[in-house]
Design a binder for this molecule. Sequence first.
Ligand SMILES: Nc1nc2c(c(=O)[nH]1)N[C@H]1C(S)=C(S)[C@@H](COP(=O)(O)O)O[C@H]1N2
Ligand SMILES: [Mo]
Length: 517
Amino acid sequence: MDTATGTTEETTAPAGRLGFWVAALIGVLSVAAALAAGHLVAGFVGPNASPFLAVGNTAIDLTPSWLKDFAVENFGSHDKQVLLSGMAVTVLVLAVLAGVLSRRSAVPGTVLAALVGLLGVFAVLHRPDLGSIAVLAPIVSLVVGVAVFRFLHGAAVAGVDDESRRRFLRLSAGAVVGAGVFGAVGQFLAGRVDVEGSRAAVGPLKPTTPAPPIPAGADFSNIGTPGFITGNTDFYRVDTALTVPRIRAEEWHLRVHGMVDKELNLSYADIRNRPLVERAITLTCVSNEVGGPYISTAKFIGVPLRDLLAEAGVLDGADELYSSSVDGWTCGTPLDAVLDPKRGALLAIGMNGEPLPVAHGFPARMVVPGLYGYVSATKWVVDMEVTKFGQKTFYWEDRGWAERAPIKTESRIDVPRGFSSQPAGRVTVAGIAWAQTVGVAKVEVRVDGGDWQEADLATEVNDQTWRLWRTAFTLGPGDHRAEVRATDRTGVAQTETRVPPIPDGATGWHSVLFSVS
Ligand SMILES: Nc1nc2c(c(=O)[nH]1)N[C@H]1C(S)=C(S)[C@@H](COP(=O)(O)O)O[C@H]1N2
Ligand SMILES: [Mo]
């Protein structure tokens, strides 16, 4: 290294002020080198220690609920891409700023680079899924960022003659290549956990007790309503993970402990080699707005959680199953729901005949019918503690959502689509309704505030799944509004009162505006 890098003497360098673009370039190159170096180290100590990802994941955890709701509402499942792009733009702006603030002296840029580096250190320390060694990644990032910045800055201020300019250009090119190589190697190492290979090696899962075949009358063909079973690629996805946790089945273990007679430590093979059962279950997200998309149905394959917990022996007084995902996400589930033989909660390893997709929790997840996902459906689950409510709080509870959250009876109109135009005559109105654990008794529809008309219900599959419905109205030209309400088997009809998803699920009748021409 040359002497200019270690000190702040550049202020008196003969060349004086750096050009705007040279200064900006120095900022951008240093930040790129810093991120790439951190990414490389993260390849060894844990992919999520990569400073950019760690800051993103921490941002997600620290985001106030209202902003998270806004993001989900406006960007849906693209919320994570939006966050990453927003961060990328912010980092770029900060990099340019660090450069152009340092046209005279390297001090402002150095301070800014160090501050951004410290943000990475803070983010990694804050991650529940990273050990202390992971902090090496942002520390290397910080050191590389500051060093490259000062090095290039020193070379640039010295650049009065052609030879110095060429030297600066060579160093800049070196920084670009170095950042590219470091980043690529880091990326390669991060992908080294061959989770797809592990998943493929599991092969098809054949349940000892398959779910009964879905009757032909359980859904309608070609009218625009969802199929009864949602394909794995269409299944809604909701989680806080910026990068999907990658655990191989071979490395996965589940610990069952707490208020039990005997602690269990189960491997994937332990689960796989048990008699597997298959159950059709509809999952629902509490953040679903009335009429929203976060509901899907699959045939889950796994072992009954009731059997596992019976083996562990639940002690008197316990009322909560507190589960944790490998990425540190946590969830509290009422034990009575988990142990209810009628619900048949599963430790699931399969979905629609395949091993769980990675995004849906491979190698294993919880599925408890009748409870919103945030209190029941832990993906990438590695730890289950039998405990009592009130001992400790879980992820979404800490963010203002209810401690207990049974799924509310709801319904949705899928056709006609909102603001569509229908030909005059008979207009089909159809959709889904759900009342997990009790079943749907009745769905009623009305148009333009007229009389409620009872819809035809599709064949029921079981009371843990949604139910399709359809009906038709003869309508004249003009604008119309259809509304729906479901009644469950306990006789409870959906309330008209609109409440937002937070804290324990939205209510209100879904309505759709359309026109007839
Ligand atoms: N590890 C982990 N598990 C999780 C979540 C999460 O953020 N992390 N989100 C929960 C929520 S809010 C829902 S609604 C369901 C969604 O499951 P899916 O993505 O398979 O549809 O997963 C649950 N399990
Ligand atoms: Mo959810």
